[in-house]
Design a protein around this ligand. Structure first.
Ligand code: APR
Length: 248
């Protein structure tokens, strides 16, 4: 039996599916991944810039290095794989989506229970006074050259996007929700992730320990392939199109 057919068979039998998505679920929407052949981390400079130290030492450089990615995310539309998860939610098979992505495409697709364990680029906060901000107007001002970086008016310090940068802790509420989703599911769909970045990469283990089966859909090998019941080495768009047909 082909892996896609086997995966769809498991999805049919499952009652409580959870999804763990990575950057690979958004590449067909034009958002680059990190470790794929044309991933963002091919540029070591960018890795330094998009870190907590990079933001602290050079917030202007952080924003100038990020704006290309942020505007790509803002223009991106959900992929067939994002839509498949919404379909599974509508037929009562999928409880929660845990994502390592910051692009907000799961919510844009219509998923209602999304745990963003690496945060989001869409909102931000003032590190000084803690005030929260919608970042879209600031991104527009940066793109139009009106500002180089957003400042908190009250404190006159750079506003930071709600993104978990290297060296930072994951948001507690999202992490707790993600762990609960792993504990409760009977089938985990790991979609478009290399599954190498901890602590997010610990999540599939939690699902497996709780007796869930694991399906991995990823173009390249992942750290969990040997633990998966099914590995689908296909583009997520193709897999999702086949699976969507089976659940429509
Ligand atoms: N279909 C299937 N798989 C794909 C597709 C696609 N269309 N496009 C890319 N992939 C696969 C790549 O082969 C790669 O193995 O998706 C995987 C993405 O892996 P990464 O680039 O490592 O992204 P991710 O796993 O989300 O990274 C986790 O690392 O840098 C940090 O915070 C960042 O959230 C990110 C975390």
């Amino acid at each position: 039996m082909y892996p896609t057919e086997e995966a769809i068979g498991l999805m049919r039998k499952a009652n409580r599916i959870a999804a763990l998505s990575g950057a690979g679920i958004s590449t067909e929407a034009g958002v680059p991944d990190f470790r794929g052949p044309t991933g963002l981390w091919q540029d070591p400079e960018l890795i330094k810039q998009l870190s907590a130290t990079g933001f602290r030492d050079d917030p202007e450089g952080f924003y100038s290095s990020s704006m290309n990615l942020f505007s790509t995310m803002a223009k991106a539309e959900p992929t067939m794989a994002h839509k498949l998860l919404v379909r599974l939610q509508h037929i009562g098979k999928l409880d929660a989506v845990v994502t390592q992505n910051i692009d907000g495409l799961h919510q844009k697709a219509g998923s209602s229970k999304v745990f963003e364990v690496h945060g989001t680029y869409r909102t931000g906060y003032c590190p000084e006074c803690g005030a929260d901000f919608d970042m879209a107007p600031f991104y527009e001002d940066i793109e139009n050259g009106r500002i180089k970086m957003p400042l908190c008016r009250a404190c006159n310090v750079p506003i930071k996007p709600d993104i978990v940068l290297f060296e930072e802790l994951l948001p507690e509420e999202a992490w707790n929700g993600a762990v609960e989703a792993m504990e409760e599911c009977d089938l985990l769909l790991a979609l478009g992730s290399s599954l190498v970045i901890y602590p997010a990469a610990e999540l599939p283990s939690i699902a497996l320990i709780n007796g869930a089966k694991l399906i991995i859909v990823n173009l390249e090998a992942t750290a969990y392939d040997s633990a998966a019941t099914v590995v689908v080495r296909e583009k997520l768009g193709d897999f999702a199109a086949s699976a969507m047909a089976a659940f429509t």
